[in-house]
Each structure stands twice: as structure tokens, then as C-alpha cells.
Design a protein around this ligand. Structure first.
Ligand code: ZN
Length: 610
């Protein structure tokens, strides 16, 4: 009989983990016993050890599948630092490199292989892997498999292949956010065999959820950010333009902020991420593109400037605050119109069945796909298409993504990276730079006529920064690169089939979206504990958090003082008079309210609400 490995000892010796959480232990034991396992663990609850440890103990290779390249790179580095052998197959690598790495894997005694879902669909990769001894397959951020998960990636659907390729290898699916419906979808899609389910708590004990209503949201944000004495904050907006605009405004108000979204240059993304991690930037204004896999301990506050569309996404985003387990806050800023705006936004972004049918018909006309024909890759320039048929780009983007979810086509984004510049004023700002490319662009710009349009292919971030600055001064106008999609049809054109497929698949999808929206609104309005509401949404029972705005003030005395101060600011002696309580009792109450940031001392030395 094989001896059972001492996982506590291995965790301590190889990972310096003093104590594995019971949930981690259950997952590890189940995996080592060869079972399929599903684990729902809160962000920051140590998901990676759940597959890294069995991957090390088990004979053979542990395949780790993850949605983000940065996440995989990060893990490979961490593993290498601990003297483990790990290799990655993802990102822009050619066939030759793939084969070379697969050869290394075959003969190099590796423990871990990090794989993107796209690479798994490669037949060469599949054939190589079939010859190897695969001990364990871990699917991280498994909610991406589910159409009902907030981060759905169609390429993740292909992971259903895993069970066919490796019928005897245990699969471990991990995520931090999944409703019962999403869990069911994951289990079905990965073909998990009677999986052991480990559902951790959703409650984040150090996180206080607060909602602030104010008609001037930017001002409110500024006030909240100014309260931040240590650590840093992430501010979530829902549009790229929104993030840029808000960030510019904050910088004008002397906040040390930067912005991040999917549309910015890769090198700029890395630079901004690193600046944030290194505490060079205090406030990151971002769309939902920022955050997955970011393990920064001292984020003291996650502020939602715009409302997220569902609770799963909200929960994922607030999970980036307080990873060091110290007090942190999740703040939502709303105006009296926010809920209405959220509804409108979701409706505008969610195409109806009829919308989808129309977009489909215009697409086949525009890309000239003949009936019965399955054309190869076609490139769709979103703006051209929208201009021709008077569609809004956001709507088209969502519609095509939905057609992809229905299984009608596959898409891949491409960036043309050609910027159009039009000079409006000959006196461009001077710059000191020794960069030759910079000078070349400047010369080109200065030699053009006013209003003449010039195109710059792949300008460096430095040049772009300069051009944007000059644009803000009104010296020139700058057009962002056209965004395109490579479209691949899943089958030969067969309109009747496609139109019925849209109805069949999209209708339940629509209903789910509406239900998710309803839950989000309910969450905002619910009088009970906010954290408990989220937990129940994920189908997990929990006690009130005693931290969120519904749970505090926590004592009768605190509530009494709070209610009095709600009417007007009062001094300590006034409070003694009004409550009839001893000053010493009241001091404690006031101290607690001050610490909870419910009240503050104003200039005339009276207490007032925050
Ligand atoms: Zn609570």
C-alpha cells in the first residue's frame, strides 16, 4: 500500500504554509485520492496551493488551465522561485517553440504545465499530451466555462475535451464566484465524474460594504479618496472613456491616479500595473479589465463609481480589497438616478432575439457569405459596419459576442493600430527627447498642411502620450485605431437553422440577465446585511457581517447617538443632556462611531455624521 503523503508537512516545507485551511485540505485530499473535485474558495483564500501541492506529490504532470497569460506567467515564476519545474504553452509562440517545449516536457521531469484553452485545441499539443503521464488537470477561474458566469470565454467551452483525452485523470475545477447554476454548468461541461464539492464561505470578515448616495459623484469620490491615509484604492467604472475622463479629473485635483482598460497598449498596461503594485500610484481607475489575478495586499478600498451589472462580478471586484486581512472597504457611489441608469445600460447592451436576427442578416450581407457556404476568416471593421447600417458600436460588439455564445461564429479581436492625426494648429508643443522615432513623427507632423490627415502605424506609448496631450490643448485631433474582429463561421450558412438557434439559446440567456439585474438592484435596496445577501445569492448561508452599512451601528447606544446626530451636530455635553447617559459611557459609544467612520468632529467641536 502506498503511504499517504503528509500534506501539512509538505505545505510547510515547500510552500512555508503553517496551516492549511480545512477547505484547502479537503480539496487536496480529494484530488490526491483521484476524485474529480470542485472548489469554490473566496479570492485570496489560497486557491493555487490546492493544485500545486497535489501536482508536486503525484507522479506525472499537472496541467493548469488559466484564462489570463499574466496569471500563468506569475505562477510559473513563483513556482520556479521555489525550485519547481514549470513550463507554459500560451501567448504568441510559434509551432516550432510549441514542439520544442513539448519535447522538454516529455524528457525534462516537469511538474507543471500551464496551458491556455486555445492551445489545448491544437492537435499537435493533444497528441503530445496523450503520450505523457498526466497526473492532474486543474482548471482555474472555472466560472469562465459557464455561459452564466460573468467572465464567460467561449474558448473555455472546448475544455470539455479534457475528459475525452484523459478519462482517468482527476480534474479539479476552482473558482471564487459561482452560483448554483454556474456550478452545475461547470460540472456538466467538464464532464466531472460525481465530483467532491468544497464550498467555502463567501463572507469577507475584514470588508465593510457601504453605499454612498450623492448627486455629485466625482466630488463624493474625491472625498472618499482623500480619506485614504494608507494603502491604495481601485475605482471601477464601466466604460473606457469613463475611466479616462474620471482619471484626468482626479489628476487635476492632485490625486495620484492612473487608468487602465482593455484598449490601452500592452506595454502601458504592464507599466501601470507595476506602478500600482509598487505603490507608485495610489488610485487605479479602471474598467472590469483590471484585477483578475492581481494579488496586491494593501488595497484598502474598492470603489464602484458605476454599478456593476451583476453580483458575481461585484463580488469578484470587491475581493481585491483587504487581501492582507486588515480592515478594508467596498464602497458604492450612487445618485438618485443610478438604478435607472443601470437598467438602461443593461437593456442597451443586451440585444433582443430580433436584434440578433437583424445583426446576423446584415453580417452575412456585409461579409458576402453565400447560402450553403462556410467562408474562411473574414475581418470585420466594427466602425465601417456600424456606419453602413447605422448601428452603435457597443451594441454591435455585444450582438456579435452573443452570436458567438449561441455557437454561430467565433471571433478574435484584432487591432489595426493605425492612428489618424489631423493638425489643427501649427504651433505644436516643444518636447525634449532623444528618441529618433519621436523626432521622425514630429517632423512628419510639422511638414503637413493644416487639416491634412496623416496616419501613424503603431506609435510608441511616449508618442501617443504627447499626441493626446496636444489634443487636449486643441492643437490636433486624434482618431483612435479602428477595432476589428476576425470572424469565423461555425458551419455553412443555413439561415433557418441559425435563426431558430438564436431563439433557442438566446431567450433563456435574456431571462437570466434580467434576473441577475434584479438581484443587483435588490442588493442595493435591501435593508438587511449586504454580505449576507451576497452569500445567499451564491446559495451559501452566513450570519450578518456586522461591518456593512446595514449592520452598523451595532449597539442600541450607538444607534441612539447616531439618530440624534442625524438631526443636527451635537457636542458631548449636549449628548449627555439628551440621552441622560454618563459621559464615560457616551465616550465609548462616540469612539466606536468615530472608528467606524459614521461620525466625525466638525470645526465647532461638535459631532456630525460623515
Ligand atoms: Zn452586514
Amino acid at each position: 500500500m502506498k503511504l499517504k503523503p503528509d500534506i501539512d508537512k509538505i505545505a510547510l516545507e515547500r510552500w512555508q504554509i503553517r496551516q492549511l485551511h480545512p477547505n484547502q485540505k479537503t480539496i487536496i485530499e480529494s484530488t490526491l485520492a483521484g476524485n474529480d473535485t470542485f472548489g469554490l474558495l473566496a479570492t485570496g483564500a489560497g486557491k493555487s496551493i490546492c493544485y500545486q501541492l497535489p501536482g508536486f506529490v503525484l507522479e506525472g504532470i499537472c496541467i493548469v488551465i488559466s484564462p489570463l497569460i499574466a496569471l500563468m506567467e506569475d505562477q510559473i515564476n513563483q513556482l520556479k522561485n521555489r525550485d519547481f519545474k514549470a513550463i507554459g504553452l500560451f501567448g504568441a509562440i510559434n509551432q516550432e517553440t510549441i514542439i520544442q517545449r513539448l519535447d522538454n516536457l516529455k524528457y525534462g521531469k516537469y511538474h507543471y504545465l500551464f496551458l491556455s484553452p486555445e492551445r489545448l485545441s491544437n492537435l499537435i499539443v493533444q497528441n503530445y499530451l496523450k503520450e505523457l503521464e498526466i497526473a492532474l488537470i486543474a482548471v482555474d477561474e472555472a466560472h469562465c466555462i459557464s455561459e452564466w458566469g460573468h467572465d464567460f470565454r467561449p474558448s473555455y467551452r472546448g475544455l470539455s475535451l479534457l475528459k475525452d483525452l484523459f478519462p482517468n485523470t482527476p480534474i479539479l475545477a476552482l473558482t471564487a464566484t459561482a452560483t448554483e447554476e454556474v456550478i452545475e454548468d461547470i460540472v456538466t461541461n467538464l464532464k466531472l465524474n460525481a465530483p467532491k464539492q468544497v464550498i467555502g464561505s463567501v463572507l469577507k470578515e475584514n470588508l465593510a460594504i457601504r453605499i454612498y448616495q450623492h448627486e455629485d459623484k466625482p466630488l463624493m469620490l474625491l472625498a472618499r479618496l482623500n480619506r485614504l491615509t494608507t494603502g491604495c484604492a481601485i475605482v471601477y467604472t464601466r466604460s473606457r472613456k469613463g475611466a479616462e475622463k474620471l482619471c484626468t479629473w482626479l489628476v487635476e485635483k492632485e490625486v495620484n491616479a492612473t487608468f487602465y482598460h482593455a484598449g490601452i497598449d500592452e506595454s502601458l498596461k504592464t507599466q501601470r500595473l507595476n506602478d500600482f503594485i509598487a505603490d507608485k500610484v495610489k488610485v487605479m481607475v479602471s474598467t472590469s479589465a483590471f484585477g483578475m489575478g492581481i494579488d496586491k495586499p494593501n488595497v484598502r478600498s474598492v470603489i464602484h463609481f458605476d454599478l456593476p451589472e451583476n453580483l458575481a462580478q461585484y463580488y469578484q471586484e470587491i475581493g481585491r480589497a483587504g487581501r492582507d486581512h486588515k480592515e478594508a472597504s467596498a464602497e458604492i457611489l450612487i445618485t438618485s438616478k443610478s438604478i435607472e441608469q443601470l437598467k438602461n445600460r443593461i437593456i442597451a447592451q443586451t440585444p433582443s432575439v430580433d436584434d440578433l436576427r437583424l445583426v446576423y442578416q446584415k453580417l452575412i450581407a456585409h461579409l458576402q457569405v453565400a447560402a450553403g457556404e462556410q467562408s474562411g476568416n473574414s475581418v470585420l471593421i466594427i466602425n465601417h459596419f456600424c456606419k453602413k447600417y447605422s448601428f452603435k458600436p457597443g451594441f454591435i460588439y455585444q450582438s456579435i459576442k452573443t452570436l458567438e455564445r449561441c455557437g454561430i461564429l467565433n471571433t478574435e479581436p484584432i487591432k489595426m493600430n493605425v492612428w489618424e492625426v489631423q493638425l489643427l494648429n501649427k504651433t505644436l508643443g516643444k518636447v525634449k527627447s532623444h528618441d529618433t522615432e519621436f523626432h521622425r513623427v514630429l517632423i512628419k507632423l510639422r511638414s503637413t498642411q493644416r487639416n491634412e490627415l496623416i496616419r501613424l502605424k503603431g506609435p510608441s506609448p511616449k508618442i501617443l502620450e504627447y499626441l493626446k496631450r496636444e489634443e487636449r490643448k486643441g492643437k490636433l485631433s486624434l482618431n483612435e485605431p479602428q477595432e476589428g474582429l476576425v470572424i469565423r463561421w461555425s458551419y455553412s450558412r443555413e439561415d433557418t437553422y441559425t435563426l431558430s438557434l438564436i431563439k433557442k439559446v438566446h431567450k433563456p440567456n435574456l431571462e437570466r440577465k434580467i434576473n441577475q439585474l434584479k438581484s443587483m438592484i435588490q442588493f442595493l435596496k435591501v435593508a438587511g446585511c449586504k454580505m449576507e445577501f451576497i452569500s445567499n445569492y451564491f446559495g451559501i448561508e452566513c450570519d450578518p457581517c456586522s461591518k456593512c452599512e446595514s449592520c452598523l451601528p451595532s449597539t442600541i447606544e450607538e444607534t441612539e447617538v447616531f439618530q440624534l446626530l442625524k438631526k443636527k451636530p451635537l457636542s458631548l455635553s449636549e449628548l449627555v443632556f439628551l440621552t441622560g447617559k454618563a459621559p464615560i459611557t457616551l465616550e465609548k459609544v462616540i469612539q466606536s462611531l468615530l472608528e467606524g467612520e459614521h461620525i466625525k468632529l466638525n470645526e465647532s467641536h461638535k459631532f456630525e455624521l460623515h
